[in-house]
Design a protein around this ligand. Structure first.
Ligand SMILES: [Zn+2]
Length: 369
Protein backbone atom coordinates (compact mmCIF):
# COMPACT_ATOMS: atom_id res chain seq x y z
CA UNK A 1 0.00 0.00 0.00
CA UNK A 2 1.29 3.37 -0.89
CA UNK A 3 1.33 6.21 1.54
CA UNK A 4 -0.55 9.20 0.15
CA UNK A 5 1.12 12.53 -0.14
CA UNK A 6 1.04 14.93 2.72
CA UNK A 7 0.86 12.60 5.67
CA UNK A 8 4.44 13.06 6.73
CA UNK A 9 5.85 10.03 4.98
CA UNK A 10 7.25 10.11 1.48
CA UNK A 11 5.38 7.99 -1.02
CA UNK A 12 8.47 7.46 -3.03
CA UNK A 13 11.56 5.70 -1.85
CA UNK A 14 13.28 6.62 1.30
CA UNK A 15 16.66 5.23 1.95
CA UNK A 16 18.90 5.74 4.84
CA UNK A 17 21.99 3.91 4.03
CA UNK A 18 24.93 2.54 5.84
CA UNK A 19 26.36 -0.70 4.66
CA UNK A 20 28.07 -2.57 7.41
CA UNK A 21 31.17 -3.16 5.48
CA UNK A 22 34.67 -2.03 5.79
CA UNK A 23 35.59 1.25 4.32
CA UNK A 24 39.08 1.75 3.22
CA UNK A 25 40.78 4.88 2.12
CA UNK A 26 42.28 4.60 -1.33
CA UNK A 27 45.63 5.49 0.07
CA UNK A 28 45.70 2.41 2.20
CA UNK A 29 44.85 3.78 5.59
CA UNK A 30 42.15 1.46 6.77
CA UNK A 31 39.08 3.00 8.22
CA UNK A 32 36.44 1.04 9.97
CA UNK A 33 33.38 3.23 10.16
CA UNK A 34 31.06 0.34 10.79
CA UNK A 35 32.91 -2.74 11.94
CA UNK A 36 31.74 -5.61 9.83
CA UNK A 37 31.03 -7.92 12.70
CA UNK A 38 29.81 -5.38 15.18
CA UNK A 39 26.23 -6.53 14.96
CA UNK A 40 25.28 -3.00 14.06
CA UNK A 41 22.18 -2.93 11.96
CA UNK A 42 22.01 -0.55 9.05
CA UNK A 43 19.48 2.16 8.78
CA UNK A 44 18.97 1.63 5.09
CA UNK A 45 15.40 0.59 5.47
CA UNK A 46 14.61 0.36 1.83
CA UNK A 47 11.04 1.10 2.68
CA UNK A 48 8.85 3.99 1.90
CA UNK A 49 6.14 3.18 4.34
CA UNK A 50 6.37 3.18 8.08
CA UNK A 51 4.66 -0.19 8.31
CA UNK A 52 7.34 -1.89 6.32
CA UNK A 53 10.06 -0.11 8.22
CA UNK A 54 8.57 -1.37 11.45
CA UNK A 55 8.45 -4.86 10.02
CA UNK A 56 12.07 -4.57 9.11
CA UNK A 57 12.89 -3.40 12.58
CA UNK A 58 11.04 -6.30 14.06
CA UNK A 59 12.67 -8.76 11.71
CA UNK A 60 16.16 -7.51 12.30
CA UNK A 61 15.74 -6.66 15.94
CA UNK A 62 18.43 -4.07 15.67
CA UNK A 63 18.86 -0.79 17.43
CA UNK A 64 21.79 1.53 17.12
CA UNK A 65 21.97 3.02 13.69
CA UNK A 66 18.37 2.17 12.99
CA UNK A 67 17.81 5.33 14.97
CA UNK A 68 18.35 7.32 11.84
CA UNK A 69 15.64 5.42 10.06
CA UNK A 70 13.32 5.97 12.95
CA UNK A 71 14.01 9.65 12.91
CA UNK A 72 13.39 9.72 9.21
CA UNK A 73 10.13 7.85 9.72
CA UNK A 74 9.06 10.35 12.31
CA UNK A 75 9.76 13.42 10.26
CA UNK A 76 11.20 12.81 6.84
CA UNK A 77 10.02 16.08 5.52
CA UNK A 78 12.28 18.08 7.78
CA UNK A 79 14.41 18.59 4.71
CA UNK A 80 11.53 20.40 3.09
CA UNK A 81 11.36 22.94 5.89
CA UNK A 82 11.69 26.63 5.16
CA UNK A 83 15.22 27.74 4.32
CA UNK A 84 17.36 28.26 7.39
CA UNK A 85 18.62 31.85 7.31
CA UNK A 86 21.69 30.71 9.26
CA UNK A 87 22.72 28.46 6.39
CA UNK A 88 24.36 29.86 3.31
CA UNK A 89 22.62 29.62 -0.06
CA UNK A 90 23.12 26.25 -1.75
CA UNK A 91 26.17 25.77 -3.90
CA UNK A 92 25.10 24.78 -7.40
CA UNK A 93 27.22 22.13 -9.03
CA UNK A 94 26.48 21.59 -12.71
CA UNK A 95 27.31 18.09 -13.89
CA UNK A 96 26.56 16.84 -17.34
CA UNK A 97 23.42 18.93 -17.67
CA UNK A 98 22.14 18.22 -14.17
CA UNK A 99 22.23 20.49 -11.15
CA UNK A 100 23.30 19.39 -7.70
CA UNK A 101 22.18 22.00 -5.19
CA UNK A 102 24.39 21.46 -2.17
CA UNK A 103 23.22 22.91 1.11
CA UNK A 104 26.19 23.09 3.46
CA UNK A 105 26.21 23.79 7.18
CA UNK A 106 26.99 27.31 8.22
CA UNK A 107 30.40 28.20 9.61
CA UNK A 108 32.08 25.34 7.82
CA UNK A 109 35.86 25.68 7.57
CA UNK A 110 36.90 26.42 4.00
CA UNK A 111 39.03 23.28 3.74
CA UNK A 112 36.20 21.05 4.92
CA UNK A 113 33.80 22.74 2.54
CA UNK A 114 36.17 22.12 -0.36
CA UNK A 115 36.51 18.44 0.60
CA UNK A 116 32.75 17.99 0.80
CA UNK A 117 32.17 19.59 -2.59
CA UNK A 118 34.96 17.58 -4.19
CA UNK A 119 33.49 14.40 -2.67
CA UNK A 120 30.09 15.15 -4.15
CA UNK A 121 31.56 16.00 -7.55
CA UNK A 122 33.68 12.87 -7.64
CA UNK A 123 30.69 10.73 -6.67
CA UNK A 124 28.66 12.35 -9.44
CA UNK A 125 31.49 11.64 -11.88
CA UNK A 126 31.40 7.95 -10.93
CA UNK A 127 27.64 7.86 -11.43
CA UNK A 128 27.79 9.65 -14.78
CA UNK A 129 30.54 7.32 -15.98
CA UNK A 130 28.50 4.26 -15.04
CA UNK A 131 25.01 5.34 -16.06
CA UNK A 132 26.00 7.59 -18.94
CA UNK A 133 24.26 10.56 -17.35
CA UNK A 134 23.29 11.89 -13.98
CA UNK A 135 19.98 10.18 -13.25
CA UNK A 136 17.92 13.24 -12.25
CA UNK A 137 17.86 16.78 -13.59
CA UNK A 138 18.24 18.28 -10.16
CA UNK A 139 18.94 16.95 -6.71
CA UNK A 140 19.05 18.86 -3.45
CA UNK A 141 21.81 17.57 -1.21
CA UNK A 142 21.68 18.77 2.36
CA UNK A 143 24.84 18.15 4.35
CA UNK A 144 24.22 18.08 8.09
CA UNK A 145 26.92 18.50 10.70
CA UNK A 146 26.41 15.52 13.00
CA UNK A 147 28.05 14.32 16.17
CA UNK A 148 30.64 11.58 15.99
CA UNK A 149 32.59 10.33 13.01
CA UNK A 150 30.05 8.46 10.93
CA UNK A 151 28.67 9.44 7.55
CA UNK A 152 25.07 8.58 6.77
CA UNK A 153 22.78 9.17 3.88
CA UNK A 154 19.09 9.21 3.14
CA UNK A 155 17.72 9.71 -0.35
CA UNK A 156 14.17 10.69 -1.23
CA UNK A 157 12.43 10.66 -4.55
CA UNK A 158 9.41 12.70 -3.64
CA UNK A 159 8.38 15.42 -4.06
CA UNK A 160 11.67 15.70 -5.92
CA UNK A 161 15.08 14.15 -5.62
CA UNK A 162 16.86 15.10 -2.44
CA UNK A 163 19.34 13.73 0.03
CA UNK A 164 20.10 14.34 3.64
CA UNK A 165 23.66 13.45 4.49
CA UNK A 166 24.72 13.79 8.13
CA UNK A 167 28.50 13.97 8.24
CA UNK A 168 30.17 13.45 11.59
CA UNK A 169 32.18 16.43 12.70
CA UNK A 170 34.87 13.99 13.80
CA UNK A 171 34.97 12.13 10.48
CA UNK A 172 38.52 12.56 9.28
CA UNK A 173 39.08 14.37 6.01
CA UNK A 174 40.66 11.29 4.46
CA UNK A 175 37.65 9.20 5.38
CA UNK A 176 35.30 11.74 3.90
CA UNK A 177 37.29 12.05 0.68
CA UNK A 178 36.95 8.33 0.05
CA UNK A 179 33.59 7.56 1.57
CA UNK A 180 31.27 5.35 -0.47
CA UNK A 181 28.15 6.89 1.00
CA UNK A 182 27.52 9.64 -1.57
CA UNK A 183 27.96 7.34 -4.57
CA UNK A 184 25.69 4.74 -2.94
CA UNK A 185 22.99 7.35 -2.43
CA UNK A 186 23.33 8.57 -5.99
CA UNK A 187 22.82 5.03 -7.32
CA UNK A 188 19.46 5.07 -5.54
CA UNK A 189 18.59 8.12 -7.62
CA UNK A 190 18.99 6.04 -10.77
CA UNK A 191 16.39 3.40 -9.90
CA UNK A 192 12.61 3.96 -9.76
CA UNK A 193 10.76 3.37 -6.54
CA UNK A 194 9.32 -0.14 -6.73
CA UNK A 195 6.92 -0.28 -3.81
CA UNK A 196 7.18 -2.27 -0.64
CA UNK A 197 8.99 -5.56 -0.49
CA UNK A 198 11.65 -4.83 -3.05
CA UNK A 199 14.13 -2.87 -0.98
CA UNK A 200 16.63 -5.64 -1.62
CA UNK A 201 16.85 -4.67 -5.29
CA UNK A 202 17.38 -0.99 -4.52
CA UNK A 203 19.96 -1.71 -1.85
CA UNK A 204 21.52 -4.54 -3.80
CA UNK A 205 22.03 -2.35 -6.84
CA UNK A 206 23.42 0.49 -4.75
CA UNK A 207 25.75 -1.87 -2.89
CA UNK A 208 26.92 -3.61 -6.05
CA UNK A 209 27.23 -0.67 -8.42
CA UNK A 210 28.82 1.85 -6.06
CA UNK A 211 32.28 0.25 -5.71
CA UNK A 212 32.39 -0.73 -9.38
CA UNK A 213 31.48 2.79 -10.46
CA UNK A 214 34.20 4.23 -8.24
CA UNK A 215 36.77 1.70 -9.39
CA UNK A 216 35.95 2.58 -13.01
CA UNK A 217 37.00 6.18 -12.46
CA UNK A 218 40.09 5.11 -10.58
CA UNK A 219 39.23 6.20 -7.07
CA UNK A 220 38.88 2.71 -5.60
CA UNK A 221 41.34 -0.11 -6.15
CA UNK A 222 39.86 -3.10 -7.96
CA UNK A 223 41.25 -5.34 -5.25
CA UNK A 224 39.16 -3.48 -2.67
CA UNK A 225 36.02 -4.09 -4.68
CA UNK A 226 36.56 -7.83 -4.85
CA UNK A 227 37.76 -8.10 -1.29
CA UNK A 228 34.54 -6.48 -0.09
CA UNK A 229 32.48 -8.75 -2.32
CA UNK A 230 34.28 -11.81 -0.98
CA UNK A 231 33.83 -10.61 2.59
CA UNK A 232 30.26 -9.46 2.22
CA UNK A 233 28.49 -11.92 -0.04
CA UNK A 234 28.21 -14.71 2.55
CA UNK A 235 25.99 -12.35 4.53
CA UNK A 236 23.55 -12.33 1.62
CA UNK A 237 23.00 -16.08 1.45
CA UNK A 238 19.69 -17.51 2.65
CA UNK A 239 19.54 -19.14 6.05
CA UNK A 240 16.90 -21.41 7.56
CA UNK A 241 13.41 -20.02 7.17
CA UNK A 242 14.32 -17.81 4.22
CA UNK A 243 11.43 -16.99 1.90
CA UNK A 244 13.35 -15.54 -1.00
CA UNK A 245 14.48 -11.97 -1.53
CA UNK A 246 10.99 -10.48 -1.56
CA UNK A 247 9.98 -12.28 1.59
CA UNK A 248 13.06 -11.93 3.76
CA UNK A 249 13.74 -8.28 4.59
CA UNK A 250 16.69 -8.84 6.88
CA UNK A 251 19.75 -6.68 6.61
CA UNK A 252 21.90 -9.42 5.11
CA UNK A 253 19.38 -10.39 2.46
CA UNK A 254 18.50 -6.78 1.69
CA UNK A 255 22.02 -5.52 1.09
CA UNK A 256 24.15 -8.50 0.30
CA UNK A 257 21.39 -10.74 -0.97
CA UNK A 258 20.48 -7.95 -3.36
CA UNK A 259 24.13 -7.46 -4.31
CA UNK A 260 24.45 -11.19 -4.95
CA UNK A 261 21.45 -11.01 -7.28
CA UNK A 262 23.23 -8.22 -9.17
CA UNK A 263 26.50 -10.13 -9.37
CA UNK A 264 24.73 -13.24 -10.65
CA UNK A 265 22.93 -11.15 -13.26
CA UNK A 266 26.10 -9.37 -14.33
CA UNK A 267 27.97 -12.66 -14.70
CA UNK A 268 25.17 -14.25 -16.68
CA UNK A 269 25.04 -11.25 -19.01
CA UNK A 270 28.80 -11.21 -19.41
CA UNK A 271 28.70 -14.90 -20.25
CA UNK A 272 25.93 -14.43 -22.83
CA UNK A 273 27.68 -11.48 -24.46
CA UNK A 274 31.19 -12.92 -24.51
CA UNK A 275 32.08 -10.46 -21.72
CA UNK A 276 31.20 -7.36 -23.76
CA UNK A 277 28.00 -6.27 -22.05
CA UNK A 278 26.49 -6.64 -18.63
CA UNK A 279 24.39 -5.14 -15.88
CA UNK A 280 25.65 -1.67 -16.69
CA UNK A 281 24.04 -1.69 -20.12
CA UNK A 282 20.82 -3.04 -18.62
CA UNK A 283 20.69 -0.30 -15.99
CA UNK A 284 21.43 2.40 -18.53
CA UNK A 285 18.24 1.37 -20.29
CA UNK A 286 16.26 2.31 -17.16
CA UNK A 287 17.87 5.73 -17.05
CA UNK A 288 17.39 6.07 -20.79
CA UNK A 289 13.68 5.33 -20.43
CA UNK A 290 13.31 8.10 -17.87
CA UNK A 291 13.28 5.84 -14.83
CA UNK A 292 14.72 7.27 -11.65
CA UNK A 293 13.76 7.60 -8.00
CA UNK A 294 11.32 10.36 -8.84
CA UNK A 295 9.26 7.79 -10.71
CA UNK A 296 7.47 4.70 -9.50
CA UNK A 297 7.60 1.51 -11.52
CA UNK A 298 6.57 -2.01 -10.59
CA UNK A 299 9.61 -4.22 -10.12
CA UNK A 300 8.58 -6.24 -13.17
CA UNK A 301 8.83 -3.11 -15.33
CA UNK A 302 12.21 -2.16 -13.88
CA UNK A 303 13.53 -5.61 -14.67
CA UNK A 304 11.95 -5.90 -18.11
CA UNK A 305 13.19 -2.47 -19.24
CA UNK A 306 16.67 -3.39 -18.00
CA UNK A 307 16.41 -6.78 -19.71
CA UNK A 308 15.42 -5.09 -22.96
CA UNK A 309 18.46 -2.84 -22.63
CA UNK A 310 20.69 -5.88 -22.56
CA UNK A 311 18.59 -8.08 -24.78
CA UNK A 312 17.02 -11.11 -23.16
CA UNK A 313 15.44 -11.85 -19.82
CA UNK A 314 18.31 -12.44 -17.44
CA UNK A 315 17.03 -10.19 -14.67
CA UNK A 316 13.42 -11.28 -14.93
CA UNK A 317 14.52 -14.90 -14.95
CA UNK A 318 16.71 -14.47 -11.90
CA UNK A 319 13.90 -12.68 -10.09
CA UNK A 320 11.58 -15.54 -10.94
CA UNK A 321 14.06 -17.92 -9.32
CA UNK A 322 15.22 -15.84 -6.37
CA UNK A 323 12.25 -13.61 -5.54
CA UNK A 324 10.25 -16.10 -3.53
CA UNK A 325 12.60 -19.01 -3.00
CA UNK A 326 15.85 -19.31 -1.09
CA UNK A 327 18.53 -19.77 -3.73
CA UNK A 328 21.99 -20.36 -2.45
CA UNK A 329 25.26 -19.95 -4.32
CA UNK A 330 28.53 -21.81 -3.82
CA UNK A 331 30.56 -18.67 -3.28
CA UNK A 332 33.89 -20.39 -2.76
CA UNK A 333 33.53 -22.12 -6.11
CA UNK A 334 32.46 -18.83 -7.68
CA UNK A 335 35.52 -16.91 -6.44
CA UNK A 336 37.75 -19.72 -7.64
CA UNK A 337 36.14 -19.66 -11.09
CA UNK A 338 36.56 -15.90 -11.28
CA UNK A 339 40.13 -16.07 -10.06
CA UNK A 340 39.66 -14.12 -6.85
CA UNK A 341 41.92 -15.42 -4.11
CA UNK A 342 41.90 -14.15 -0.56
CA UNK A 343 45.37 -12.90 0.34
CA UNK A 344 45.69 -11.60 3.88
CA UNK A 345 43.54 -8.54 4.19
CA UNK A 346 43.14 -8.17 0.45
CA UNK A 347 42.78 -10.36 -2.61
CA UNK A 348 44.94 -11.33 -5.54
CA UNK A 349 43.83 -12.47 -8.95
CA UNK A 350 44.39 -15.68 -10.88
CA UNK A 351 44.23 -14.67 -14.52
CA UNK A 352 44.21 -18.32 -15.62
CA UNK A 353 40.96 -19.04 -13.79
CA UNK A 354 38.12 -20.31 -16.03
CA UNK A 355 36.04 -17.14 -15.74
CA UNK A 356 38.75 -14.56 -15.08
CA UNK A 357 37.71 -12.69 -18.23
CA UNK A 358 34.25 -12.07 -16.76
CA UNK A 359 35.79 -10.66 -13.62
CA UNK A 360 37.98 -8.30 -15.63
CA UNK A 361 35.09 -7.23 -17.83
CA UNK A 362 32.95 -6.17 -14.89
CA UNK A 363 35.54 -3.60 -13.90
CA UNK A 364 36.14 -2.40 -17.42
CA UNK A 365 34.44 0.62 -18.91
CA UNK A 366 32.07 -0.45 -21.71
CA UNK A 367 34.01 1.31 -24.42
CA UNK A 368 37.40 0.28 -23.09
CA UNK A 369 37.74 -2.71 -25.32
ZN1 LIG B 1 21.07 2.38 0.30
Amino acid sequence: MLIPRGNGLPRQGQWSCQNVRRLRAAHGSATELFPRDSGVTPACGGASAGAERRRLLAAVGGVGVWMLGLQAAAGPDSSAAAPDPARPAPVLLHKNGSTLAVDLPAALPAARRAILLAWIEESADAIIAYFGRFPVGRVAIRIEAAPGREIHGTTYGEPSARMIVPVGREARDEVLRHSWVMTHEMVHLAIPYMGEGHGWLHEGLASYVEPIARARIGVLPVESVWRDLVDGMPKGLPVAGDRGLDGTPTWGRTYWGGALFCLMADLEMRTLSDTRRGLQQALRAITGAGGNLESEWPIERVLSVADAGFGGSVLSGLYHRMGNDPVTVDLEALWKDLGVIRAGDSVRFDEQAPRAALRRAIMQAPDAG
